[in-house]
Design a protein around this ligand. Structure first.
Ligand code: SIN
Length: 496
């Protein structure tokens, strides 16, 4: 992004300008980087600089870890009910400030305002859910095999945790990690993505207003270079007992290796390459609606976006015709404009990857149905695109595109399509459309994915366990199981 572009005053867009923060948040205080450096945050729709945020380094990260360790003693000894009261206030404040948070999100991330508002609600739902769940942590009393001893299991907070979060969901990917951690009694250091630190900092401001004690939640923004240094510090730290990361499989592998010497627990939400299967008995209109929602949400920049469309030969023509019509109706533009339903890609590297996947597919014989080029709205906007006659030698069928491109691959039998769908190193989300109950059960069971959407293109919410198998990661977020990550079991044997 061109740093010579003008700097806009983001405060003028907000009802509550104090939600705009450029300093880091450590120990309940707004602080500058020790080295005094900052990095610029750009609006991906215009390239404008919208903030100059404290650029923390490894030494700052050490400080955040120390204060989180000090805060742990007080926070974990509170009752779950007391923690829930603070979290509930935080949830109410997030909801009350939806519009400002959505504006910050659209300005730093690019997604349309309507999606940003949706993400604020989605992100807040994890805070509400885990505030409730904190009161339901239960240990166990075991049947003792010794007459003179009693045996029980306690569940206790794992300790100081770190979260390294992505730019595609600047609020929800933070709350999905922070909420179960603090509900369990842990404290946390959060390293938000360099592209989207503003939502993270606004969340910290609201947490403080809700009465979150100093040091429980710490936000350490940094640019890409310092992120690597901070990553090494947090992974090596013996104080940090848990690392949660959402991002690419490539970076997840590195972090996991860096955590090995200190034998840290890791939760990884990594890449995906979701198959989307349309069987011949599918409700085609429903499948088109699901395909639009799954493929083009956040301009195709989600780990659960459909990446490969397998469509039965018998319904291919009608599906492609209807899907193309719906795709052409998508309004691309600056996410701040009401009515826009697709914003820009996050940066020029993301744009270049989409161009590469489309060019590679066309050079190997794919047919361009619609899109296939830059959109006139400005920097890094790409037309919603459909390719047909796609074959498995094309990059797009095995590399994550992270963009608004739908490749269509025809098939003619169930066994073969399930095999194709499972032929991936990834195993996060998968989707299929069918009205045959027998097929629904068989295919849902056969898909090697952590999540299966049947006759729906959207399935994430706070009640469901989000996560993948194979190289899509480890652990689950959200749901009644989401807090398990942040709790240790302790066996207590009492002699009488
Ligand atoms: C992601 O892309 O990792 C998150 C998507 C979701 O929560 O639905």
């Amino acid at each position: 992004m061109n740093a010579s572009l003008q700097q806009i005053d983001i405060r003028s867009h907000l009802k509550d300008p104090s939600l705009f923060r450029e300093d880091a948040f450590i120990n309940g205080k707004w602080v500058k980087a020790k080295a005094g450096t900052t990095f610029s945050v750009n609006n991906p729709a215009t390239g404008d600089i919208i903030a100059n945020v404290a650029n923390l380094n490894g030494a700052d990260a050490e400080l955040a870890i120390t204060v989180a360790e000090q805060a742990l003693i007080g926070w974990r000894s509170k009752t779950a009910k007391d923690r829930a009261i603070v979290m509930r206030k935080w949830f109410d404040l997030i909801i009350a400030n939806t519009e400002d948070l959505a504006i910050l999100m659209t300005l730093e991330q690019g997604k349309p305002l309507v999606e940003s508002r949706g993400e604020v609600a989605y992100g807040a739902s994890f805070v509400e859910w885990f505030a409730e769940e904190s009161k339901r942590v239960t240990g166990a009393i075991l049947e003792s095999t010794w007459g003179d001893k009693r045996m029980l299991v306690l569940k206790q907070a794992i300790g100081v945790c770190v979260a390294i979060t992505p730019w595609n969901f600047p609020i929800a990917m933070i709350t999905r990690k922070i909420a179960p951690a603090i509900a369990a009694g842990c404290t946390m250091v959060i390293k938000p993505a360099e592209q989207t630190p503003l939502c993270a900092l606004a969340l910290a401001e609201l947490a403080q207003r809700a009465g979150m004690p100093a040091g429980v939640v710490n936000i350490i923004p940094s640019d890409a270079d310092q992120s690597i240094a901070i990553g090494k510090v947090v992974c090596a730290s013996p104080t940090i007992r848990h690392l949660s990361f959402t991002g690419s499989t490539e970076v997840g592998r590195i972090l996991m290796a860096q955590c090995a010497p200190s034998v840290k627990k890791v939760a990884l939400e990594l890449g995906g390459h979701a198959p989307f299967i349309v069987f011949e008995d599918a409700d085609i209109d429903a499948a088109v609606a699901g395909a639009i929602a799954s493929k083009y949400r956040n301009s195709g920049q989600t780990c659960v976006c459909a990446n490969r469309f397998y469509v039965h030969q018998k319904v291919q023509a009608i599906f492609v015709e209807k899907f193309a019509k719906a795709t052409q109706a998508i309004k691309v533009g600056n996410g701040m404009t009401e009515g826009v339903s697709q914003g820009p890609l996050i940066d020029d590297a993301a744009f270049a990857k989409v161009e590469k996947h489309v060019a590679d597919a066309i050079s190997k014989g794919a047919t361009l149905v619609t899109g296939g080029k830059a959109n006139a709205s400005g920097l890094n906007f790409y037309e919603p695109t459909i390719l047909s006659n796609v074959t498995s030698d094309m990059l797009i069928t095995y590399e994550e595109t992270f963009g608004p491109v739908a490749p269509i691959i025809p098939f003619d039998n169930d066994e073969a399509v399930v095999k194709l769908a499972n032929n991936s190193q990834y195993g996060l989300a998968s989707y299929f459309y069918s009205r045959d109950i027998g097929r629904v059960w068989k295919v849902a069971e056969a898909l090697e994915y952590g999540m299966v959407g049947v006759n729906t293109g959207i399935m994430s919410n706070e009640v469901a366990p989000f996560g993948g198998v194979k190289q899509s990661g480890l652990g689950r977020e959200g749901s009644i199981w989401g807090m398990d990550e942040y709790l240790e079991m302790k066996y207590v044997c009492v002699g009488l």
